[in-house]
Design a protein around this ligand. Structure first.
Ligand code: MSP
Length: 522
């Protein structure tokens, strides 16, 4: 079911030393929903996620736990990061780990090629480094410490002391790419989205680029530089290359040509790495730059960026254990305009679960299937004559499907869900207005009752398809209950708005509540 149109999309690769929290989960479900949409639309889709396993942060965490770094990351990936994908019902096509040979060997090949082309030189370096960020900090992100760190320079993001590093380093000539990068942002205005992110990147690059230190010699948990094995490759250079090594860079030209270039979805904290350093590295080797970089906002808890180090971290399972994975996906994707910061609160999650999922969509599905069971012995009735009310629903469905697809093209799952929800609201109002329970009492209204319930069931058919990328579990249950002949996965998303796909005569089965009532604790 592919149209040939390639759609390759990635999450950042996560540091396994942190346990997965809802911030990581947010990026992952957003990418998964976008990938599922394109896959269901017939695009040649590939979704990649993975883990970023080298660097000083990982080495220190392993040492603190008394194990080798490899043993440490193996355990974390196995016990925490693979399970995250199940918890959130993520259908990734691949999972890359930067300690895999398929990655390490190709990273060396890439960096060697940069060296051979004269983009790398040796120099002395002295600067303040944040291990939390794995980054030498620019002046603007260095602040004076307070409390226990009084008198020290600390990282503005982590509020932890910076370390003065002084060593021989190899540098990548990033400064040479300033003009070409600005030209890229100018000619491809969608390269960085949303606009706020684009503006930040453009002004950062305009203010002047310094060459980038790309090797470290003070520790050895990393990929050795091929021409000087006393150095390991800077963890960010290693990490960014995952997007290429995972799709066959250097090993499988056919796969690489089919998939590359990718769309990268990242949190705004790591935008510059993706929108500045990464395209420059690719340009240096004459490879295509990414198709685009989309930076989403931060999840805030109690007004602060949620993070494990600040003890505001919430594990995704805390939410899915109570509300289920569909509600998790729906909540984060619908409640936060993609690209903006959003505050998480349990109250807001519960309220939306109840109003939108249980009372809105869930109730529509239950009562429609229940009425077909009761009034038509579970057989989808044939529609009779149609009036303006019925035709309006058809129009709402068609418009919503078109608007949702356009929103997904803009990387706005929130706007896609808003568009799709016009169907839920219109159908609930339609049922209330047409009172099928009253029509059922009058034999003369039998044909009208059939039209109303067919319209509701066919609207649900469209909803099942359109919402499947966001809520794969509930929509599959609904699909099964509707008795549709073909599998849900075969329904082309861009045809979901075409009216009349559900066949009269299909057998509808009882549907347990899609979003059961949640008992509130404390
Ligand atoms: N390993 C690097 C990325 C390398 S990509 C080549 C890294 N990893 S991370 O584990 O720190 O994950 C960062 C990503 O997790 C963010 O870019 C964002 O996608 C997600 N988030 C982490 N905390 C978040 C919030 N509080 N809110 C939203 N997203 C968050 O950086």
């Amino acid at each position: 079911m592919t149209s040939g149109r390639s759609f390759y999309i990635t999450t950042p690769i996560y540091y396994p030393s942190d346990l997965p929290h809802i911030g990581h989960g947010y990026t992952t479900v957003a990418v998964d929903a976008l990938a599922r949409w394109h896959r269901q639309a017939g695009d040649d889709t590939w979704m990649l996620t993975g883990t970023d396993e080298h660097g000083q942060k990982m080495l220190r965490a392993a040492a603190a736990n008394g194990v080798t770094p490899q043993a440490w990351v193996d355990k974390l990936v196995e016990e925490s990061w693979f399970p995250l994908l199940e918890t959130l019902d993520v259908a990734n096509d691949d999972f890359i780990r930067t300690t895999q040979p398929r990655h390490e060997e190709r990273v060396q090949q890439f960096v060697q090629a940069l060296y051979d082309r004269g983009y790398i030189y040796a120099g002395e370096y002295e600067a303040l480094y944040c291990v939390g960020c794995e980054e030498f900090k620019p002046e603007s992100e260095i602040v004076d410490g307070t409390g226990a760190f009084e008198g020290l320079k600390v990282c503005a993001i982590h509020s932890k002391p910076l370390e003065l590093l002084q060593e021989k380093n190899y540098f990548f000539k990033l400064s040479e790419f300033q003009d070409r990068l600005l030209e890229l942002y100018r000619t491809e205005p969608d390269f960085v989205r949303p606009d706020s992110a684009r503006n930040e990147v453009v002004s950062f690059v305009k203010s002047g680029l310094k060459d980038l230190s790309i090797s470290r010699s003070a520790f050895d948990w990393g990929i050795p530089l091929p021409w000087d094995t006393s150095h390991v490759i800077y963890v960010w250079v290693d990490a960014l290359l995952n997007y290429a090594t995972a799709v066959g860079y250097g090993t499988d030209p056919e796969q690489f040509a089919r998939r590359w270039p990718a769309y990268h979805v990242v949190g705004k904290d790591i935008l510059r790495f993706h929108a500045v350093i990464w395209p420059a590295m690719l340009m240096a080797l004459g490879l295509d730059v990414p198709r685009g970089v989309f930076a989403h906002g931060w999840l805030l808890v109690g007004g602060e960026k949620m993070s494990k180090s600040k003890l505001t971290g919430i594990a995704p399972t805390e939410i899915t254990d109570v509300f289920g994975s569909d509600a998790y996906r729906f909540y984060f994707l619908s409640a936060i305009p993609f690209g903006h910061d959003g505050s998480f609160s349990w109250e807001d999650l519960s309220a939306r679960y109840q109003a939108e999922l249980a009372n809105g969509f869930g109730n529509l599905a239950s009562r429609t299937t229940a009425m077909i069971a009761r009034y038509f012995d579970g057989v989808v009735p044939a529609p009779g004559d149609q009036n303006d009310n019925d035709r309006r629903i058809q129009q709402v469905v068609a418009d919503a499907a078109t608007a949702a697809d356009a929103a997904i093209d803009r990387f706005r799952p929130d706007e896609a869900i808003t568009a799709i929800w016009t169907i839920v609201d219109a159908l609930n109002a339609y049922i209330t207005d047409n009172e099928p329970w009253a029509l059922a009492k009058d034999d003369a209204q039998r044909a009208r009752l059939g039209t109303v319930l067919y319209t509701a069931a066919e609207g649900l058919r469209a909803l099942a398809v359109l919402l499947s990328p966001v809520m794969p579990d509930a929509t599959q249950k609904l699909w099964t209950a509707l008795g549709a002949a073909e599998p849900l996965a075969d329904q082309l998303l861009r045809e979901a708005g075409t009216w009349g796909r559900l066949q009269p005569g299909a057998t509808v089965t009882a549907l347990a509540p899609l979003f059961p009532r949640v008992e509130q604790s404390a």
